[in-house]
Write a protein that binds this ligand. Structure first.
Ligand code: GUN
Length: 287
């Protein structure tokens, strides 16, 4: 039997109406959540992401500011901009679109963002909180992917989860979230030997590789939940890391690309921004 489709578009619409209601509630208290996105240079893929983030904000009533800086921007100028947004009371979330041009220090830029405004969850403080199981900002893509996994209604405790990819943005935080759900987690990467032997054991398989069609049906356990994080542009088409047509005949659940995790990433960014505004309000109320 063909897999059930985990529809990121439908789930996002549902979640976004809840987020819009929270925005309304904040507005009644005189607070409009604000998100600033810094885009350095003119990478076409980043342009699309940033445009979609702006559209998402508009949809739920979040104030959005896009700061465009030229490709030759210095580290000092970038950090000055981050400092300005850190001080701006209208802005609850700051996101520096990655990748940055090669001459810039990504780690230093991310560390400059106030942890409470780090809606990407990339600041070391938030990454550390996640590692320690302490409440903090959770990175948007893994947060969205976990939400999709949970909609299957399966008890995740004790399940075999395999994550392909070890990036700080997806692979590592995804593995931590699944561990928190009491899965037995394996992280595979480019040096993993006999990859398919690992993936075939997975009840939950997350592909964050960056290669179109990398996960083939023979790599998938029948009935597994397959989450495709890949966004690969091939001949003008957007393709995932999973061979969707083949794998959907084996898996129990599968996310499409487009219309899967990508949509959920932006929804979680909106969620994190509203959460940052709610947290600030709570702290102010406590005095
Ligand atoms: N580039 C690709 N994905 C992301 C993301 O989730 N956040 C940021 N800041 N940059 C990205």
């Amino acid at each position: 039997m063909a897999a059930a489709i985990l529809d990121g578009k439908a789930m996002s619409e549902d979640l976004r109406s809840g987020i819009a209601r929270r925005v309304e509630k904040l507005k009644e208290a005189g607070i409009r959540p604000g998100l600033a996105v810094i885009l350095v240079g003119d990478d076409p893929a980043s342009e699309i992401y940033v445009r979609n983030k702006g559209k998402g904000c508009e949809e739920v009533g979040i104030l959005s500011e896009t700061v465009r800086l030229p490709a030759e921007t210095t580290q000092e100028a970038l950090e000055k901009e981050i400092d300005r947004l850190n001080r701006d009371d209208r802005i609850h979330g700051i996101l520096v679109q990655l990748p940055l041009p090669g001459h810039l220090d990504e780690e230093a830029a991310l560390a400059r963002i106030l942890p409470e405004k780090d809606v990407d969850g990339f600041h070391m403080i938030n990454a550390g909180r996640m590692m320690s199981g302490v409440k903090g900002v959770v990175a948007c893509t893994p947060k969205g992917a976990l939400h999709m996994i949970k909609t299957t209604g399966l008890d995740l405790s004790g399940k075999e989860a395999v994550v392909i990819g070890r990036s700080n943005i997806v692979g590592k935080p995804m593995a931590m979230l699944l561990l928190r759900e009491n899965c037995t987690v394996t992280i595979c990467h480019s040096r993993t030997k006999n990859l398919a032997e690992h993936t075939r054991r997975a009840d939950i398989l997350v592909a964050a590789v960056g290669k179109a069609g990398f996960v083939t049906p023979d790599m998938v356990k029948p009935g597994a939940i397959v989450i495709d994080v890949g966004i690969n542009r091939v001949d003008g088409k957007v393709l995932g890391d999973v061979d969707f047509d083949g794998v959907k005949e084996v898996a129990g659940w599968i996310t499409p690309v487009p219309g899967g995790v990508g949509k959920m990433t932006i929804t979680m960014l909106l969620d994190n921004t509203v959460e940052a505004a709610e947290r600030k309000r709570e702290l102010a109320a406590r005095g």
